[in-house]
Design a protein around this ligand. Structure first.
Ligand code: 48F
Length: 262
């Protein structure tokens, strides 16, 4: 029987996706979460020739970017982050009454960051939840993944694994991957207590600066960026200003690229 269009379309999707997933099972860097800091990290890593993929729980990557502030779909960035927006060709406008601050459309930012990461060569696996880490001989070696609908419906389905030289926790406020590593692998983090210090309340300028400062390696091979890094080190939250997130992503890309020798 000859192939029908229905059959050709379905087989093209299955073949292409299977190839992408097969290729994604062994990475230099596995990123968990597709928020703004992780998307920036993915682009800068991919541009340096690092094999990198993002695993994002939701259907749409972009994390907390889409909704702006309280669903008013505009966000604010500071001057120091403009060159990162330029790198992604995302447009912004100066605020005449607030020198040093710029506004931009949050939908353009989310879609621009996603597009920029993909165009640079990073892969994004959406609707995939990371439910555990691979931990061997005292080192974080990768991720344990499953479909988000499997997770949400509580289906009893075994996961698959992704092996990687480094793991980046970009899961935002809860630091899900670092939390898993502390709770299940009993690792000691490079923090004053050895554990997660926990995010502090809102203090915009302090939070913005500490997000970048706190972006680093917390255990050999395990890095954190964005709000996850701030949660690890007890930094303040900052709301809908995104310069710190963008700068955090660029910083962690540099640290990881050095770590994997690229
Ligand atoms: O929180 P999120 O946007 O990450 P971020 O880069 O940015 C924070 C800002 O959006 C905002 C802020 C700015 O001032 O405070 O909150 O730190 O995105 C985190 C992403 O990780 C996904 C989650 O769905 C979201 O898109 N995520 C979280 N846990 C998992 C996950 C998991 N276990 N597996 C896969 N994805």
């Amino acid at each position: 029987m000859s192939s029908t269009p229905e059959n050709l379309i379905s087989s093209a999707i299955v073949r292409k996706f299977s190839g992408k997933l097969l290729d994604g099972l062994k990475l230099d860097v596995a990123i968990v979460g597709g928020g703004p800091s992780a998307l920036v990290a993915a682009r800068y890593l991919a541009k340096r020739g690092v094999k990198v993929a993002i695993f994002e729980r939701k259907l749409a990557p972009g994390g907390g970017t889409w909704g702006g502030g309280m669903l008013f779909n505009e966000v604010v960035v500071q001057q120091s982050a403009l060159e990162i927006l330029d790198e992604f060709s995302i447009r912004y406008e100066a605020l005449a009454d607030a020198p040093g601050y710029y506004t931009l459309d949050s939908v353009e930012m989310a879609s621009g960051l996603i597009f920029g990461a993909l165009q640079a060569g990073a892969k994004i696996f959406n609707s995939v939840s990371v439910e555990d880490i691979v931990f061997k001989e005292g080192k974080v070696n990768g991720l344990v993944i499953n479909w988000t609908p499997v997770e949400r419906l509580g289906m009893h389905v075994d996961p698959l694994t992704v092996i990687s030289e480094c793991v980046l926790d970009g899961t935002g406020h809860p630091s899900e991957i670092i939390r898993l590593a502390v709770d299940k692998a009993k690792i000691t983090l490079d923090t004053p207590t050895g554990g997660i210090l926990g995010e502090k309340p809102m203090w915009v300028d302090n939070g913005e600066a500490s997000t970048v400062e706190n972006t680093r390696e917390y255990f050999p091979g395990l890095f954190a960026c964005g709000m996850s890094a701030n949660n690890c080190m007890g930094g303040y939250r900052m709301g809908p200003v995104f310069g710190g997130m963008l700068l955090s992503g660029r910083k962690v890309a540099g640290l990881i690229a050095e770590r994997v020798g690229k």
